[in-house]
Design a binder for this molecule. Structure first.
Ligand SMILES: *Cc1c(COP(=O)(O)O)cnc(C)c1O
Length: 440
């Protein structure tokens, strides 16, 4: 986008008053439909003062082209929250497109013609996949935790190990969530070690829930211990309390087959006796944003009818994508889900992709590295990978890559691209971008 402005060049811009918003907007576009963007950009540019010409042009391109756009993720993190976490399987994309483009049987029983329940589309799948008696889905896992605690812990004491009093990110802090849910947090044990007896000694009449929370985005090493979830469930049940397990990522497959450490599955959490377990739809599950709650029928009933459940309702698009993703697990086709497909991509293939990138760029280095899972899973761990280093980040290279839709990573001034998370088409597209930027 070029600026054709009367009223001086960039150098004289600082010593003169910028022209009117209207004049800048006219300089930015001649298309009537782009005029609203030009006016917005011009107002922001004038407000910045000195650099108004560059600002005007950049802001205009930003707004006129749309701000939420597909990107090629070569950041070395599979589930990057900034990049929208899981990318979806083709079947999930298709399912979403279909119901987006038409009206759909979201809450409509085709047999009877009467009002149906949107939960039914995924309930049976979740029962099959986790062994739980019942399931409810809401819009994300943060909502799931709040709903479960509000419906089952309000006015009661919630016991949580000091090692699990965590902040997940984006202001999701366990103590705040517990308080907002109308419960009273009692921290038990120590930061590194919590024993079963620490929970057992809290036998006061106010206690209602033992909560477990996945440590997600950090790892503890050294003298560290937590009671086994089964022991916690047994203790809770012997006292008439509930055991609620916030699994965070919520894994449905054996992660060791990808060379990752063992992640407790949702099925194991249910088998260990959790009354309620919850997890995200768009972390290791690899589906749409959702909060999935599974557990015992008697306990889940109160969640379904809680007024908050309506405020946290999952939308039809997420629901359609989630159903399609869960079906793939049911059909034993997890490797067609991008998060697992990326993990399973062979080192040879990743290395070949690196060579293609290097050829397009003309120079650079290729070295081994680790692709992180992200989304609060396996901190400090990941899948072995190869990555391509372009060299130092000179003349806005990283910014140019970003603006061409390629997201890499800078590490000590070097730019790296990890193609493990890219499809063959995306590798090809990135090669085109690199060729284009070579002489910039
Ligand atoms: C990620 C995470 C959450 C929040 O899940 P969202 O789906 O992002 O709302 C809650 N608890 C734990 C342990 C998590 O890892």
């Amino acid at each position: 986008m070029r600026l054709h402005l009367k009223g001086g060049s960039q150098s004289s811009g600082s010593s003169q008053h910028p022209p009117s918003v209207d004049a800048i907007a006219r300089g930015l576009t001649t298309n009537a439909e782009e005029h609203p963007y030009a006016i917005k950009a011009a107002r922001e540019a004038v407000a910045t003062g000195e650099q108004w010409q560059t600002t005007a042009s950049e802001r205009f391109a930003h707004y006129a082209n749309g701000t939420i756009k597909p990107l090629i993720n070569m950041s070395g993190v599979i589930l990057h929250t900034g990049l929208g976490r899981a990318r979806l399987a083709d079947e999930a994309v298709y399912a979403i497109t279909e119901v987006a483009d038409s009206h759909a049987s979201v809450e409509f029983d085709l047999d009877s013609g009467s009002r149906g329940d949107r939960q039914e589309h995924v309930r049976w799948l979740l029962q099959e996949l986790t062994g739980a008696e019942d399931a409810v889905v809401v819009n994300n896992c943060a909502a799931a935790v709040m709903l479960a605690l509000s419906a089952q812990g309000r006015g009661q004491v919630v016991l949580l190990s000091r090692g699990q009093v965590v902040e997940i990110g984006g202001q999701f802090r366990m103590p705040d969530i517990i308080e907002l849910s109308g419960c009273f947090l009692v921290e038990v044990g120590c930061t590194n070690k919590t024993h079963l007896s620490d929970f057992a000694s809290q036998m006061d009449a106010e206690t209602g829930v033992i909560l477990r929370c996945h440590q997600s985005n950090f790892a503890q090493v050294g003298f560290v211990s937590q009671p086994h979830p089964r022991e916690l469930a047994e203790l809770a049940h012997s006292q008439g309390w509930l055991m609620i397990d916030d699994l965070g990522s919520g894994c449905l497959v054996d992660t060791t087959q990808y060379g990752l450490s063992k992640e407790r599955t949702v099925r194991e959490a249910i088998a260990d006796g959790a009354d309620i377990a919850m997890f995200s739809g768009d972390k290791l599950l690899g589906g749409t944003q959702a909060g999935i709650i599974v557990g015992k029928s008697a306990v889940m009933a109160a969640l379904k009818t809680h007024p908050m459940a309506r405020a946290m309702r999952i939308d039809k698009l997420s629901l359609a994508g989630l159903e399609a993703t869960l079906r793939m697990y049911f059909e034993n086709r997890a490797e067609d889900i991008p998060v697992w497909r990326d993990c399973a991509k062979s080192l040879t293939e990743v290395k070949q992709d690196c060579f293609k990138l290097k050829k397009a760029w003309g120079t650079g280095i290729i070295e081994t590295s680790t692709t992180e899972l992200g989304g609060g899973s396996f901190p400090g761990d990941g899948v072995k990978t190869w990555r391509f280093g372009l060299g130092t980040d000179h003349s806005n290279l990283m910014k140019n890559l970003r603006q061409s839709g390629v997201i890499g990573r800078t590490e000590s001034g070097q730019i790296w691209l990890d193609p493990r998370t890219a499809t063959p088409d995306e590798v090809k597209e990135t090669c085109g971008v690199l060729k284009g930027l070579r002489n910039v």
